[in-house]
Ligand binder design. Structure first.
Ligand code: ZN
Length: 191
């Protein structure tokens, strides 16, 4: 006679057969996992700092204690003392045109790097390194830049960044162009 004593202990019907009106999710949709058991990487915060942390003064996200800018909402944290914020387009321009002499490093720091670039400029290597740095800085976001070089998140002018990309890639475009000319000239040279 178990059928009459099991009231209230019946196992829930298998998913997809629940009566409507239960608040059950539509068939085929997984019920949300209980909190604390979420799939890793799913609803996890973007970056939980490993070291000392604090709460963002704007959005309350847990961020690194030393972060001058919240990676979550971009708000400046008043408890972090800034150095003079550095302008990204200016830093990139300096790296592209004067990077061989380390001028961009005198601007954003560390100065010691700038000195090293200056001492070894005659090797040509600093120019190449500065070009790589310009590409790297171009590929960063405004928030990343502000986190590293201080100041409020200032959205770099998209047009300026676009022009700087073209400038930075000009050497490659020039090389391709010269290479193309060379290939085209081969038949004439052979004949
Ligand atoms: Zn925030």
């Amino acid at each position: 006679m178990s059928g009459q004593q099991d009231w209230g202990q019946q196992p829930p019907p298998p998913p997809g057969q629940q009566p409507p009106g239960w608040g059950a999710p539509p068939a085929g949709q997984q019920p949300p996992p209980p909190s604390g058991q979420q799939t890793p990487g799913w609803g996890a915060p973007p970056s939980v700092p490993v070291g000392p942390s604090k709460y963002c003064q704007s959005c309350g996200a847990v961020i690194a204690a030393s972060a001058p800018v919240c990676p979550n909402c971009g708000a400046r944290q008043a408890d972090v003392v800034y150095e003079e914020p550095k302008n990204r387009p200016i830093a990139i321009l300096l790296a592209l045109f004067l990077g061989a002499f380390g001028i961009h490093r005198f601007y954003v720091g560390p100065i010691a790097w700038g000195v090293a670039y200056l001492v070894f400029f005659w090797t040509g290597i600093p120019a190449f390194l500065a070009w790589l740095e310009a590409i790297y800085w171009l590929s960063r976001s405004d928030v990343e830049w502000a986190q590293k070089y201080g100041g409020p998140v200032r959205e770099a002018n998209g047009c300026a960044i676009g022009c700087l990309w073209v400038l930075a890639l000009l050497p490659l475009i020039g090389l391709l162009f010269l290479g193309g000319l060379f290939v085209l000239a081969i038949p004439f040279a052979v004949a």
